[in-house]
Design a protein around this ligand. Structure first.
Ligand SMILES: NC(=O)c1ccc[n+]([C@@H]2O[C@H](COP(=O)([O-])OP(=O)(O)OC[C@H]3O[C@@H](n4cnc5c(N)ncnc54)[C@H](O)[C@@H]3O)[C@@H](O)[C@H]2O)c1
Length: 351
């Protein structure tokens, strides 16, 4: 019988999740949003799914086997905790929670539950990422890495970027951006790349960070960090709300890459804009010092959202545990919390 899935949060991410589930034959049995208008606005996507205005009611009984958590990050903890308590498998959007501390608590809860849990770092599912992982031994010991995530913003470029009300706090109330993402570009853009860093290079050890934001903004538009990994490799992180409209591999303002420098060569993986996964496929560029050649590897277009959801469903059905899981989400959140702490104090943070 097809797996029955519920979606909590019927905002922009919900439709990507619904399409992914349908593509692998799962049934969207229920959707939940505290704001009925959000549900109504996207109702045609949800077919015959039952609507709930409370996740607790949706988790009762056997209406669903699994749930996608597609609400803002600060709501993840309570919803994931309730889902695993009710024995539901969970695919949770990133980031896991709003802090390393909360994520440690949640990862612990999830670890004790007898369910499958996956976190939505879907870039792991691009063939280019999988190939880069395969190629790692070819570049030898990695001594440094660079992460660049320069992301354009809703078609707004140049000076307009530095006077957006959605990034300004008012009367001590966090800006909509901060409330949504629990941070700025390090969190929104950097989190995916930090997850890849963890995939490629293992555990982080020490974080030093400095952030920049326009006047009155309460979240960084330029987040910068230097991370020493447990392996000894040094990582430069640069995540930015990009003012440039015609930069990047595909000349569309999206300029995102992770570069891994090893003793024997280097690997660069270039990623396309996140919400049009069908448009471009990420690229791998491999330089090999022994042959002194550079090879550009191209891949078929794969929708990483579909791929991650197909893996999630297959794992739920077979009883395997998904990767990336809660402990992987925790690593990213520990790095992010350390970045914000370091940027606030000017001190390096040891993890
Ligand atoms: N994987 C990615 O590349 C990617 C990209 C963008 C966003 N995200 C993540 O996806 C998540 C959702 O983002 P979005 O852009 O779809 O948000 P959104 O603001 O468009 O939608 C969130 C919806 O959740 C609803 N909601 C809030 N609290 C709720 C609750 N307690 N119960 C039920 N519904 C509730 C809101 O009413 C809203 O309709 C966030 O965690 C975000 O970080 C991931």
């Amino acid at each position: 019988m097809n797996m029955k899935v519920g979606i909590v949060g019927t905002g922009q991410m919900s439709t990507l999740h619904v399409a992914g589930y349908r593509a692998c034959g799962a049934e969207i049995a229920a959707v939940c949003d505290i704001n009925r208008a959000s549900y109504e606005a996207r109702k045609p996507h949800f077919g015959d799914a039952r609507y709930f205005d409370s996740h607790e009611a949706m988790f009762e009984g056997d209406i669903i086997d699994a749930v996608s958590v597609c609400v803002g990050t600060r709501h993840h903890f309570d919803i994931v905790a309730a889902a695993v308590k009710h024995g539901k498998h969970v695919l949770c959007e990133k980031t896991l929670t709003e802090s390393g501390e909360r994520s440690a608590e949640l990862a612990n809860l999830v670890g004790q539950a007898n369910v499958n849990f996956q976190i939505g770092y879907m870039k792991r599912y691009f063939p280019a990422t999988i190939k880069a992982l395969d190629l790692l031994p070819a570049i030898g010991e990695i001594f440094s890495a660079h992460i660049r995530s320069y992301q354009g913003h809703e078609g707004v470029h140049g000076a307009d970027l530095y006077n957006k009300d959605s990034w300004k706090s008012r009367d001590g109330v966090p800006s909509p951006t901060r409330a949504y993402a629990c941070g700025g570009m390090l969190n929104m853009a950097g989190s995916h790349m930090l997850d890849l860093l963890h995939l490629f290079l293992g555990e982080p050890a020490v974080v030093y960070a400095a952030n920049w934001a326009p006047k009155d903004y309460d979240a960084e538009t330029s987040g910068n960090a230097l991370i020493t990994m447990a392996s000894g490799a040094i990582v430069h992180v640069d995540a930015c709300l990009s003012p440039y409209s015609r930069t990047g591999t595909w000349n569309d303002g999206w300029d995102e890459c992770i570069a891994l420098h090893g003793k024997l060569g280097k690997i660069e993986v270039y990623y396309p804009v996140w919400d049009k996964p069908g448009n471009n496929a990420p690229l791998v560029v491999h330089y090999d010092e022994a042959s002194q050649t550079t090879t550009t590897l191209t891949f078929p277009k794969v929708d990483a959202f579909h791929a991650q959801i197909a893996a999630f469903v297959a794992n739920c059905e077979s009883g395997r545990r998904s990767k990336p899981g809660a402990t992987d989400g925790l690593v990213v959140d520990r790095i992010l919390s350390a970045c914000y702490q370091s940027a606030a104090t000017g001190e390096a943070v040891r993890l």
